[in-house]
Design a binder for this molecule. Structure first.
Ligand SMILES: *[C@@H]1O[C@H](CO)[C@@H](O)[C@H](O)[C@H]1NC(C)=O
Ligand SMILES: *[C@@H]1O[C@H](CO)[C@@H](O)[C@H](O)[C@H]1NC(C)=O
Ligand SMILES: *[C@@H]1O[C@H](CO)[C@@H](O)[C@H](O)[C@H]1NC(C)=O
Ligand SMILES: *[C@@H]1O[C@H](CO)[C@@H](O)[C@H](O)[C@H]1NC(C)=O
Ligand SMILES: *[C@@H]1O[C@H](CO)[C@@H](O)[C@H](O)[C@H]1NC(C)=O
Ligand SMILES: *[C@@H]1O[C@H](CO)[C@@H](O)[C@H](O)[C@H]1NC(C)=O
Ligand SMILES: *[C@@H]1O[C@H](CO)[C@@H](O)[C@H](O)[C@H]1NC(C)=O
Ligand SMILES: *[C@@H]1O[C@H](CO)[C@@H](O)[C@H](O)[C@H]1NC(C)=O
Ligand SMILES: *[C@@H]1O[C@H](CO)[C@@H](O)[C@H](O)[C@H]1NC(C)=O
Ligand SMILES: *[C@@H]1O[C@H](CO)[C@@H](O)[C@H](O)[C@H]1NC(C)=O
Length: 492
């Protein structure tokens, strides 16, 4: 099977061996998340790890997943392909956001963006409709692509979309009516799905010429089912004057006016509109983010893949660049990598500045199923893996602070033993409880007796009862003495 991130035009397909990764199982709930193997070597920032693994030997556990720093599962979402699973602020409240949908082999997708409150209730489902052309002419419920789902300071949502169109590619040795993918982005009103602004790379062809693409137009590319992906949009962020958009196949970021016009371009190849100072190069990048923007300049952070499936150049790095609009320079500020683990990530990946004060950065290595956290001095403080390299990927990964009391109840399962019973209990997604109490009787029986208790141990806790309980029982999840959740009656 060819993973979706192998872009059309690739001539070399890496062989993917059967992935032998360990998956966890539980007695209280039917989940099989991949085991997260964590190596913590320093002090990390607070928060949980948010991942969206995809691929590998099984689809069970392919879901939006939250883990803690010890590798314990905290939350498993529905089994589906996700991207950009993270915590964001919406109207000053912390919410969970993620894309879910269908991925195309040629490296983009069709889906929707889901927004959940701190009880995991879906409060918004953002979709995009329109006259999009698809490889097989099929219509989709929503045309939002997987690459971006960022909430802006104005509480709107920025998303990407890919549209097929026929275009004159003779400037790059194609035909006058080859099929290609146009890269779009949309700013959408979260409550109404109204499109507030939209942009097309092809409409800016004068400023973004096809001849600057690093994506080769292979002989097998240019048809409706294998369109040429000239730009490959993969990140958008708002700026003081409009937007900054990352086009991976151009090795460039474009600073746009609100009306879509290109104001300037920074290129990882030659600087673009800027003179490169130090090692300010990058290629095949993901997750471009803007910080500290003033009229004189800004800081640009990005995940520098520096590799493709057909071309493994130099190690992947996390890059921070200073752009000086007065001197017209782009200067390298930081370049992050783990000297003991040289990674070549051919696709996907993210760079998250965790704190401007500490300078900690969290990176997800995309097609390499690892995440790493670096401190302000660039020293590795955490490294974790959740699958076999190049078989399991997470498009992006984040460390986020999150506090949730799920709208569903805790669950328990009882296994009777020779002289008692083992009670297994868990509460998917609950972050704040720290101990369990087992009670005799049905969950609505206020005369139930406490027959066992224990502190929480990770995702699932087991309590051994030394005398045989009578069916049913129920369990209660607490924070200290405060009851946060009560299970249904558990019969056995
Ligand atoms: C609960 O326990 C029973 C008997 O021990 C077992 O058959 C069942 O599969 C368990 N449920 C889950 C969700 O693991
Ligand atoms: C954990 O990380 C340290 C520092 O990079 C390294 O020396 C050690 O080998 C790692 N341990 C494992 C089990 O990977
Ligand atoms: C969010 O908080 C800021 C500052 O506390 C306030 O000015 C703003 O009105 C709030 N926005 C919303 C949508 O509640
Ligand atoms: C899609 O529709 C167009 C117009 O009807 C047609 O020319 C084309 O062959 C169709 N393509 C596919 C893949 O079905
Ligand atoms: C997609 O491309 C087709 C063909 O060029 C065009 O007719 C259509 O308007 C485009 N869709 C959008 C949403 O721009
Ligand atoms: C187009 O073909 C010519 C002649 O083979 C070659 O020199 C040139 O590099 C090609 N241009 C592109 C963009 O592939
Ligand atoms: C967009 O704004 C820029 C800067 O103000 C201006 O130069 C350009 O003409 C505008 N383009 C369009 C299409 O309105
Ligand atoms: C942004 O500026 C603040 C204040 O000068 C500084 O503390 C911070 O490190 C800067 N952030 C970045 C990413 O450069
Ligand atoms: C508890 O729930 C059971 C089953 O729903 C019901 O039959 C019973 O009357 C309830 N008992 C109390 C005390 O509410
Ligand atoms: C349970 O946790 C509390 C609070 O962290 C601690 O004081 C207590 O010793 C723990 N009890 C056991 C049995 O580990």
């Amino acid at each position: 099977m060819i993973p979706w991130w192998y872009t059309a035009g690739s001539t070399l397909l890496l062989s993917i061996g059967a992935a032998a990764w360990d998956y966890s199982t539980y007695s209280s709930i039917d989940f099989q998340p991949p085991k997260l193997v964590v190596n913590k070597t320093g002090t990390t920032e607070p928060g949980f790890l948010f991942l969206g693994p995809r691929g590998g030997v099984q689809t069970a556990g392919q879901a939006a997943l939250i883990y803690d720093d010890e590798g314990n599962l905290v939350y498993e979402g529905p089994e589906e392909v996700t991207a950009n699973f993270m915590v964001q602020e919406l109207n000053n409240k912390s919410v969970i956001t993620f894309w879910a949908g269908e991925m195309m082999d040629i490296g983009y997708g069709y889906g929707s963006v889901h927004i959940l409150d701190s009880s995991y209730k879906e409060i918004h489902t953002v979709t995009l409709e329109g006259a999009f052309v698809t490889p097989d002419n099929s219509t989709k419920d929503s045309y939002i692509d997987l690459h971006e789902s960022i909430i802006t300071p104005q509480n709107t949502l920025l998303v990407t979309a890919y549209n097929l169109t026929q275009h004159d590619l003779t400037s790059i040795n194609g035909s006058s009516s080859d099929w290609m993918l146009d890269s779009h982005f949309y700013e959408i009103d979260i409550s109404t799905n109204e499109i507030l602004n939209s942009w097309s790379a092809l409409e800016q062809e004068a400023d973004i010429p096809l001849t600057t693409s690093h994506q080769g137009l292979g002989s097998d590319v240019g048809t409706q089912d294998a369109p040429y992906d000239a730009y490959h949009i993969n990140a958008i962020t708002t700026t003081n004057n409009g937007y900054l958009v990352s086009l991976r196949h151009m090795w460039s970021g474009y600073y746009l006016h609100h009306n879509g016009t290109v104001i300037w371009r920074v290129s990882g190849e030659d600087g673009g509109d800027f003179k490169q100072i130090g090692d300010a190069g990058f290629s095949w990048q993901h997750d471009m983010r803007v910080f500290n923007e003033t009229d004189e300049g800004l800081v640009l952070n990005l995940f520098n893949n520096a590799n493709t499936p057909t071309n493994t150049e130099s190690p992947t790095t996390g890059v921070s660049l200073a752009i000086d609009l007065t001197k017209k320079t782009v200067t390298s500020l930081r370049s992050l990598s783990d000297p003991s683990d040289s990674i070549h990530s051919v696709s996907q990946g993210s760079y998250q500045l965790l704190s401007e004060t500490s300078g900690h950065v969290f990176m997800d290595y995309g097609s390499i199923s690892k995440v790493k956290e670096y401190d302000g001095d660039g020293k590795l403080v955490l490294s974790a893996q959740f699958g076999e390299d190049n078989a399991v990927a997470s498009y992006r990964g984040y460390r986020c602070q999150w506090s949730a009391v799920p709208f569903w109840s805790p669950v328990a399962n009882v296994t009777t033993t020779n002289n008692g019973a083992d009670v297994f209990m868990s509460w998917n997604g609950a972050t704040d409880y720290d101990n369990w109490v087992v009670y005799s009787g049905a969950s609505n029986d206020s005369n139930g007796q406490q027959i066992g208790s224990a502190n929480r141990t990770g995702f699932e806790t087991m309590i051994s009862l030394t005398s045989p309980p009578t069916s049913p029982i129920h369990v209660v999840a607490r924070q200290g003495e405060t009851v946060l959740g009560t299970s249904d009656s558990v019969s056995f």
